[in-house]
Design a binder for this molecule. Structure first.
Ligand SMILES: Nc1ncnc2c1ncn2[C@@H]1O[C@H](COP(=O)(O)OP(=O)(O)O)[C@@H](O)[C@H]1O
Ligand SMILES: [Mg+2]
Length: 231
C-alpha cells in the first residue's frame, strides 16, 4: 500500500529525516514511535507532499508520489489526521464532515456510518468544533478524514492530551477500521496504545529508524523502551 524507500528530508539546511525506509502492507496498522522532535511529523509531511524528501522515493499503491503535489496524493485516497486535530472551530460537526466528503459509491463513508463508529458525534452534530471536548474533536478529525474515503490513513498522535477512556475509544475505532480493511500509518508517543492497535512497530530517533519489531517484542524490550521512549 505504502512503501518508503530511504527518504532524506530537510527544512532548509536542517537535515531531519536521515534515510527512512518502511512499508505499510494493505490492511495493516504500522506504528511509528518516538519522543518529541525525533521527526515523526516530518515523516507524515514527507508522505503527503508538504515537505517532500530531497532524496529517496515514496510509493503509494505502487505509484511514485514523491514529487506529486499534495492535492494529487490526497485524491489517490490518502487521508490525513493531522497532529493537533485541525478541525474547523467555527463549523458544526456536520459541516466539518460535509466539507471533507468525497466519493459516492457503495460502501463508502457517510454521516450515518460515521455516527455508528463515533456515537458521541451524533449527539453533538449541530455543535461547533470549538464547543467539543478534546476527545470529540479527535473523533471528528478522524471522521473528517474518513469522509474522503481513504485507502490509507495517516494519523499523527491521535491520543495526545486525551483521558484514558477516550484513548480506548480511539483505539477501538482504529481496530474496527482495520477490520474493514483500512491501512493505517500511526504516529504515536503513547506506547501502550500503539502496542494494542499496531501489527508492526518502528522506533524513530533523530531522523532514523533505530528499532523495528512486532508490538509484542517491543513491549518486552526494556532497553529500547528506556533508551528511546523514556519508559
Ligand atoms: N517547519 C520547520 N522548520 C524547521 N525545522 C523544523 C520544522 N518542523 C520541525 N522541525 C524540526 O525537525 C525536527 C523534527 O520535528 P518533528 O518532525 O515535528 O518531530 P516530532 O513530530 O517527532 O515531534 C525537530 O528538530 C524540529 O525542530
Ligand atoms: Mg509531531
Amino acid at each position: 500500500m505504502l512503501k518508503i524507500l530511504d527518504i532524506h528530508t530537510y527544512y532548509g539546511d536542517s537535515y531531519v529525516l536521515q534515510g527512512i525506509s518502511l512499508e505499510v502492507e494493505e490492511g495493516s496498522v504500522v506504528a511509528i514511535l518516538g519522543r518529541n522532535g525525533m521527526g515523526k511529523t516530518t515523516l507524515v509531511r514527507s508522505i503527503v507532499g508538504f515537505t517532500p524528501p530531497r532524496q529517496g522515493q515514496i510509493l503509494f499503491k505502487d505509484i511514485d508520489i514523491t514529487h506529486k503535489p499534495t492535492y494529487k496524493i490526497v485524491q489517490m485516497s490518502l487521508g490525513l489526521v493531522p497532529q493537533g486535530r485541525r478541525i474547523f472551530a467555527s463549523l458544526s460537526v456536520l459541516e466539518n464532515l460535509r466539507v471533507g466528503a468525497r466519493g459516492q459509491g457503495a460502501g463508502t463513508w457517510n454521516e450515518e456510518k460515521i455516527f455508528s463508529l463515533f456515537p458521541p458525534l451524533k449527539e453533538r452534530a449541530h455543535h461547533k468544533g470549538n464547543e467539543l471536548s478534546g476527545g470529540e474533536q479527535q473523533m471528528l478529525a478522524i471522521a473528517r478524514a474518513l469522509m474522503t474515503n481513504p485507502e490509507l490513513l495517516l494519523m499523527d498522535e491521535p491520543t495526545e492530551g486525551l483521558a484514558p477512556l477516550l484513548v480506548r475509544t480511539i483505539g477501538d475505532a482504529i481496530l474496527q477500521l482495520k477490520e474493514g480493511g483500512l491501512s493505517t500509518l500511526l504516529v504515536e508517543q503513547n506506547l501502550p496504545f500503539a502496542i494494542k492497535v499496531a501489527d508492526y512497530t518502528h522506533v524513530l530517533s533523530k531522523g532514523t529508524i533505530v528499532y523495528s519489531s512486532t508490538p509484542g517484542e517491543l513491549w518486552q524490550n526494556e532497553e529500547v523502551k528506556a533508551q528511546y521512549l523514556g519508559i
